[in-house]
Design a protein around this ligand. Sequence first.
Ligand SMILES: CC(C)(COP(=O)(O)OP(=O)(O)OC[C@H]1O[C@@H](n2cnc3c(N)ncnc32)[C@H](O)[C@@H]1OP(=O)(O)O)[C@@H](O)C(=O)NCCC(=O)NCCS
Length: 194
Amino acid sequence: MKPPVMTALKTGRLNLVPFTQAHAADVQRYSGYWEVARYTAGIPHPYPPGGALAFARDVDFARRNGSGGLVFAISRRPDTAVVGMIDLNLAIDARSAEMGYALSPEVWGQGIACEAAKAVMAWGFESVELDVIEARALVVNRASCRVLQKAGFRRVGHGSLYMPERRKTGLFEEYRLLRREWRPARCGAKKTDG
Ligand SMILES: CC(C)(COP(=O)(O)OP(=O)(O)OC[C@H]1O[C@@H](n2cnc3c(N)ncnc32)[C@H](O)[C@@H]1OP(=O)(O)O)[C@@H](O)C(=O)NCCC(=O)NCCS
């Protein structure tokens, strides 16, 4: 199977573009907030200097060798500043992926995560031809659970998972959506040239 080719996605209010080193300064700025990191398994806290740049290099490497790197930087038109990221973490067979996201706190509560999630889900099902997209959110992370429900995911259970950067185990709600269950949503993505 050929590695997926990332394209820029456009929604009603947002641009989603492949995350690169050019976006690292914006991501570095908000990734240091404890409220951004605390419910995630993978964002370190304190966030190290140069952390976003190192992450962008890893993403670039994964993209070039076809092993992943399906990370989008989110901005609100007409601004170009990056206010968040959303990604699909492909399984080895490339038939399924897990979705994750984090936004800068100043844009929380405006429906941006849901809008970005719907765009990435459309891309994942239509372009990457995934059979299933999964997602997990800590039970205490009600905003994230709500995002997944609004985006159309089905809650399929609970499970414990070790969170390396938190050095503890968390109780997660587990969500899933099969391609045949998915319906393009009102704020779904349109492909652009860029
Ligand atoms: C989780 C996160 C991405 C949500 O982004 P967002 O753009 O604010 O999300 P949306 O505005 O699309 O939707 C949030 C929903 O949660 C609801 N919500 C927010 N806080 C809530 C709470 N404490 N309890 C219940 N619902 C809550 C909002 O009301 C909204 O639902 P509504 O549209 O029905 O009113 C953002 O808070 C974030 O980046 N958090 C830090 C990183 C993180 O936790 N990532 C996810 C890891 S699984």
